[in-house]
Design a protein around this ligand. Sequence first.
Ligand code: HEC
Length: 255
Amino acid sequence: MKKNLWLFLCLFILGGSVLYANETPKPPAQKWSFSGAFGTYDRPSVRRGLQVYREVCAACHGMHHLRYEKLKALGFTESDVKAIAAEYEVAGPVADDGQPTKRKAEPKDFFAHPFPTEAAAREANNGALPVDLSMVVKARPHGADYIFGLLTGYEKTPAGMQMATGMHYNKYFPGHQIAMAPPIISDEQVTYPDGTKATIHQMAHDVVTFLAWASEPEMETRKHMGVVVMIFLGLFTVMMGVLTRRIWQSVKRPL
Ligand code: HEC
């Protein structure tokens, strides 16, 4: 009886470790300017990330929740934003003959979608849907580290692993088979106007910083508010403590 118990325990531990080894590894934690209570978005990095998004990711991924005019928060002027928006087309009013029309995007519009329908997006991507990227940093656990890991985690398929057609091996994607071909493949894939060297690592870092900003552009105000409230509460507590002592010091304690 006792022997069986030991055997069972050993199998349990062994089985557990085998299962664990097969699991998707946790992407390593990166240093992000926006993490922590005092974190802020590194603006030049967000702007470079926007460039990576526009030049690389926007071919497949939309950003439904981001309006062009929000880019003003990154230091773009009104006319810069107008010019950026005008490079894209969005759905216009339906024509008199019932046909859909297109018009140039304006600052008030949401980022244009690369595909007209979900079916078209899937058809171009081996049946898989390129997710909307506006909230993806929030939508995945450890979003920033995970997406950074995903973008830099493409590897040669390990020997013995069967891949479905058109799929790519990625270390950090659950199940390791992803329909997205490596989007950032070589250094200098984009040319940064600020002179920053566009290494794969740098581009991945910048695009994730941009996606983090897009998922919560008001984060800095929220954190700032939190710090102000904590300082206020601290001072308030001290004041109340002093006041309570003052009020009660003249009252004799009961024997
Ligand atoms: C050629 C099209 C294409 C390009 C370019 C592309 N992606 Fe993708 N992406 C996809 C597809 C397709 C999927 C869905 C993959 C799947 O479900 O297997 C995907 C999925 C993703 C996901 C979701 C992964 C998950 O956990 O579900 C993220 C995040 C992502 N892409 C980020 C990016 C970023 C950032 C860029 C630009 C640097 C980019 N992609 C460029 C096609 C693309």
